[in-house]
Design a protein around this ligand. Structure first.
Ligand SMILES: C[S@@+](CC[C@H](N)C(=O)[O-])C[C@H]1O[C@@H](n2cnc3c(N)ncnc32)[C@H](O)[C@@H]1O
Length: 375
């Protein structure tokens, strides 16, 4: 157990203190675990919400003015998304704030979500005579008929009323969650796992410039007491609060943000020795996005981090080297025998080196890449 005694204080319904230092292991184990066991209760810190949303709420680009915001995976009693928008309601010029909560009619902060019904709360900017947000009990809060699943008919009705959806949805349902937002043509900015970029459906949306990545990377999340402690990326603060840190959480959005219009400055010239051609794609290997050659007009394989800097006026996203058959840049498909032979040659024992899953340079698979071309 990694015990920490950071600066975090006990959470209150009005937000959390600054995060303690996150753990050190760079692997996204917790996210895998969340998916495997459906441990979806990772609670977002207010500071992480502020850090991201400041890019969507500038004087030049206030996406929220006159809009109805929906936080549909959020218990208003504890959600920092609700907290953020309720407190910023007038400053942002919101029209309405709707929050729905999944299976949580239990007043405890971290119930085990055993209650059957969800909850919905609508905030229209009401204030106390002192200019504060009234107690939640004085607001328009109602138990839902169903469990508050974002796919339920009631929640879909609320989604239809919303202009923008902002939350941290359950990791285990991310594909469906995004698909629903896209289907209903909603604007959104939501937290997800960078691994989701490699999901066929999500990558397809990125490729078509339907969704893109936001700015920041939330790291530390509070988790319920009943989540077991892990050897790494897991700690309890001095108040007994259970925390996990994630190495690859990020924001996904379809709202216009300044960085989508910033050109990546390209300093390098093309040089065949530095940028080898792939054995199986008609493309060159560029091992860091900062090295993208300024004078190369063909297809390039770049690390996934490129997507954080993607300007659709500067580059076109063509695909990703993977087992997916529909990739126009692919020049070679390896046979099963070639994959078995390659494994034996590399590791000296029987196995399968899945050369078709990646771009290959001189017989060696490279890390995950995105194929791009200058416009
Ligand atoms: C990653 S947590 C984030 C909670 C909160 N949005 C935040 O950021 O602090 C995801 C939340 O989605 C809820 N959830 C799980 N399945 C859901 C579903 N089908 N519909 C709506 N919410 C769901 C979980 O109970 C959990 O509270």
């Amino acid at each position: 157990m990694a015990k920490r005694t950071g600066t975090a204080r006990k959470p209150t319904p009005t937000g959390w203190a600054a995060p303690p230092t996150a753990g050190t292991k760079p692997l996204n184990r917790s996210l895998h675990a969340a998916k495997a066991t459906k441990q979806d209760e990772f609670y977002t810190q207010l500071s992480d919400i502020e850090k991201e949303l400041k890019h969507y709420t500038t004087a030049q680009r206030n996406h929220f003015k006159g809009k109805t915001v929906l936080c549909n995976c959020d218990d208003p009693k504890v959600s920092n998304f609700f907290h953020y928008f309720a407190h910023q309601f007038h400053k942002l010029g919101l029209k309405r704030l709707i929050t729905t909560c999944y299976k949580n009619d239990n007043p405890d902060l971290f119930s085990k979500h055993e209650g059957g019904r969800g909850l919905r709360l609508i905030y229209n900017g009401e204030q106390t005579p002192g200019g504060r947000i009234p107690a939640l009990s004085r607001l328009d809060a109602l138990p839902l008929e169903e469990d508050g699943d974002f796919r339920s008919a009631e929640c879909l009705d609320l989604l239809k009323q919303a202009d923008i959806v902002v939350t941290n949805p359950p990791f285990s349902l991310f594909r469906e969650y995004i698909a629903q937002l896209v289907e209903h043509r909603k604007k959104f900015v939501v937290i997800g796992n960078q691994n989701a970029i490699s999901y066929k459906e999500i990558f397809g949306l990125i490729k078509s410039n339907t969704i893109w990545l936001g700015y920041s990377h939330p790291v530390a999340f509070m988790v319920p007491d009943h989540y077991e402690m892990r050897a790494v990326r897991s700690w309890r603060d001095e108040h007994g609060q259970n925390w996990r840190s994630l190495g690859n959480a990020c924001w996904f959005t379809n709202m216009d943000i300044a960085k989508r219009h910033e050109e990546l400055t390209l300093y390098r010239d093309f040089d065949r020795a530095r940028f080898p051609e792939y054995d199986n794609y008609d493309a060159i290997e560029v091992s860091t996005y900062k090295d993208i050659p300024a004078d190369y007009k063909g297809v390039m394989g770049v690390p996934v981090t490129f997507l954080e800097h993607h300007n659709p006026d500067q580059f076109e996203i063509l695909g990703t080297p993977s087992n997916e058959p529909d990739n126009d840049c692919r020049t070679r498909v390896y046979t099963s025998k070639e994959c078995r032979d390659a494994y034996r040659e590399r590791f000296g024992k029987p196995g399968v080196y899945d050369l078709n899953a990646r771009a290959v340079v001189n017989g060696v698979k490279v890390f995950a890449r995105v194929l791009i071309r200058r416009k």
